[in-house]
Write a protein that binds this ligand. Structure first.
Ligand SMILES: C[S@@+](CC[C@H](N)C(=O)[O-])C[C@H]1O[C@@H](n2cnc3c(N)ncnc32)[C@H](O)[C@@H]1O
Length: 354
């Protein structure tokens, strides 16, 4: 498992920077008072903060003026190559020449190619393999040693939007979100929430229709939300860096749109989408509507039946299904009817609009 190689390294005493550490990593060997972690995913960020670590949420953010420079760093390699490079550049920005940076990652996340690449840029030693991954130590050379384009930078995508390394669908509009937008009604409700709003494309489509007075963009990835703030400058937009599965508003809304995630890091987790459905029901009035898109194979019918009186497939193709649900039941209330008109061995089915 990622992070299970941390006992193989012994950073020098003093301030340490961890770039990309997650709540599930065993960080018990590090002193929270001397350790700063860069982690922008809200659930991980909050969990690590509660353990006493000093936290930063974005790469290249400068909230660190009062922060001591780190004497060493550990970078946790993500799968996206430009984010991996940006994390290494972030670590390099904070440690002096001669200091060690460890790079830890799984084979499936490209640790072998990172190792090869780093060997061409700096002295690399102490390569250790364990648990389908590797960790190795890079000694930071004098001067500019990393290619300048490794630092996190904006990508301009169609429609005048910007994205940053590692955010969902950083190269352009996600096809599932595009399909969902194509099935939204011509007029949207007055108060709308976009759960898992990413860099803001779907919310922008909602705001482009008549009707909305306020659109809440809820996103756990700080980097994506920072893009959304730049991409959606409409004053009716409100931005929330939050875990959608526990997000609440003081007053109910009458529309929720979402293209829920179904991966936690690299692990497929269909329960995550079910928790988004539950959260959507908790935000809506009884007459409010949920519009969502999902990969066709994902089994959301039971969650929809539990939390909504009616759910209808209003569009889709062999890859995706677009669903509209209404009759939200507050989480905790028991379902009195099921969505499935044909309950049976396969569980509730979606009604299809003909
Ligand atoms: C499939 S993407 C959809 C993004 C955006 N709505 C779009 O259409 O491009 C799902 C989004 O949910 C975010 N996400 C994942 N887990 C989350 C959570 N617990 N709370 C809020 N957002 C989350 C991801 O960072 C990602 O941006």
């Amino acid at each position: 498992m990622a992070g299970s190689r941390l006992d193989l390294v012994s950073p020098p005493p003093g301030p340490l920077l961890l770039v990309g550490a997650r709540a599930g990593h065993d960080l018990s060997g590090f002193d929270p008072a001397l350790t700063t972690i860069v982690q922008g995913f809200r659930p991980d960020h909050d969990s690590l903060q509660a353990r006493g670590f000093r936290m930063r949420s974005e790469l290249g953010s400068d909230g660190s003026a009062a922060e001591p420079p780190a004497g060493s760093a550990i970078v946790f390699l993500p799968r996206a190559r430009d984010l991996a490079r940006a994390r290494i550049a972030e670590a390099a920005r904070h440690v002096p020449a001669g200091a060690p940076i460890w790079i830890d990652g799984q084979k499936t996340d490209g640790i072998d190619s990172a190792l090869k690449e780093m060997r061409g840029l700096a002295p690399v030693e102490d390569v250790q393999s364990r648990a389908h991954g590797k960790i190795f130590r890079v000694t930071v050379p004098q001067g500019d040693w990393l290619p300048p384009d490794w630092t996190a930078r904006d990508t301009a995508v169609d429609g005048g939007f910007v994205t940053r390394p590692g955010v969902f669908s950083a190269d352009g509009v996600d096809p599932a979100s595009a399909m969902l937008a194509a099935h939204l009604p011509d007029r949207m409700p007055a108060r709308v929430v976009d759960l898992g709003a990413g860099w803001g494309w779907l919310a922008a489509q909602v705001l482009a229709r008549p009707g909305p007075e306020i659109v809440h963009l809820v996103e756990a990835d700080a980097e994506a939300l920072a893009c959304a703030r730049r991409n959606v400058t409409d004053p009716r937009a409100q931005f929330h860096w939050a875990d959608a599965t526990s997000f609440r508003l003081p007053d109910p809304v009458n529309g929720v749109v979402m293209n829920p995630p179904f991966h936690d890091d690299r692990t497929a987790d269909p329960h995550l989408g079910s928790r988004f459905i539950r959260a959507a029901a908790g935000l809506l009035t009884g007459a409010g509507r949920l519009w969502m898109v999902a990969n066709r194979h994902l089994p959301y019918e039971a969650a929809l039946a539990e939390h909504f009186a009616d759910a209808t497939e209003i569009g889709g193709d062999s890859r995706f299904k677009v669903i509209m649900a209404t009759g939200a039941r507050r989480p905790g209330a028991r379902a009195s009817t099921t969505t499935g008109r044909t309950p049976g061995a396969r569980g509730p089915q979606l009604r299809r609009r003909r």
